[in-house]
Design a protein around this ligand. Structure first.
Ligand code: AMP
Length: 209
């Protein structure tokens, strides 16, 4: 199955992708995670994308497409995948249509006020990328990842000013994707507030698996 998770930054795409990935045994491809890894390694792509990411802006389409084309061509994508954070513009969606045929698009609906609270309290493991929230996880308060022992950090782009910029970018550039996929009959909207397990159930129901 080839699946896209749409939704504002912090709408829970990453968390839900983790569940679905395990449930369906397909990989999650997160362009944001790929970029963060490239930045950490200090590669050419990492250096190129850093200024956009730190400012809460979108990385230019051609760079994103270069990365995604290479990633989707790998062996582990043969039986399908979950796209988390891609596409984010109509141009990217059109390019994806030329690469493959997507089965479903799940849009996680979360109000902006909730998003701001979620993102500013988010902590990310500097080693394995697992995310926590200071309000809900003891781990987040202890500052040490319970999976790998890495130190938890605040993402540069989770600072309040940048969160507002990212939400603005989402509404202007990425939300039109909902109509794009609705018109193709592929969009399934899911309420993204409430307990994580409930949302997960709603997603699996929407996918009829
Ligand atoms: P994310 O982890 O999905 O929130 O992505 C973090 C940042 O990476 C975004 O705020 C963008 O700057 C950049 N990014 C990730 N995916 C894309 C994409 N598909 N198109 C443009 N920029 C992206």
């Amino acid at each position: 199955m080839k699946l896209i998770l749409l939704g504002a930054p912090g709408s829970g795409k990453g968390t839900q992708a983790e569940f679905i990935s395990r449930e369906l045994s397909i990989p999650t491809i997160s362009t944001g995670a790929i970029f963060r890894e490239e930045m950490q390694k200090g590669t050419k792509i990492g250096l190129k994308v850093k200024e956009y990411i730190d400012a809460g802006m979108l990385v230019p389409d051609e760079t994103v497409l270069e990365v995604i084309r290479e990633r989707l061509a790998r062996e582990d994508c043969k039986n399908g995948y979950i796209l988390d954070g891609f596409p984010r513009t109509i141009h990217q969606a059109e390019a994806l249509d030329r690469i493959t045929d997507i089965d479903y698009v799940i849009s996680l609906e979360v109000p902006d006020a909730d998003i701001e609270k979620r993102l500013t309290g988010r902590r990310v493991c500097s080693k394995c990328g697992k995310t926590y929230h200071i309000k809900y996880d003891d781990t987040a308060r202890s500052g040490i990842c319970n999976e790998c022992g890495g130190a938890l950090t605040v993402r540069e782009d989770d600072k309040p000013e940048t969160v507002r910029a990212r939400l603005d970018v989402y509404h202007k550039q990425s939300e039109p994707l909902k109509d794009y996929y609705r018109n193709k009959g592929k969009l399934k909207s899911v309420e993204g507030t409430g307990p994580v397990d409930e949302i997960r159930k709603l997603i699996l129901e929407a996918l009829s698996v």
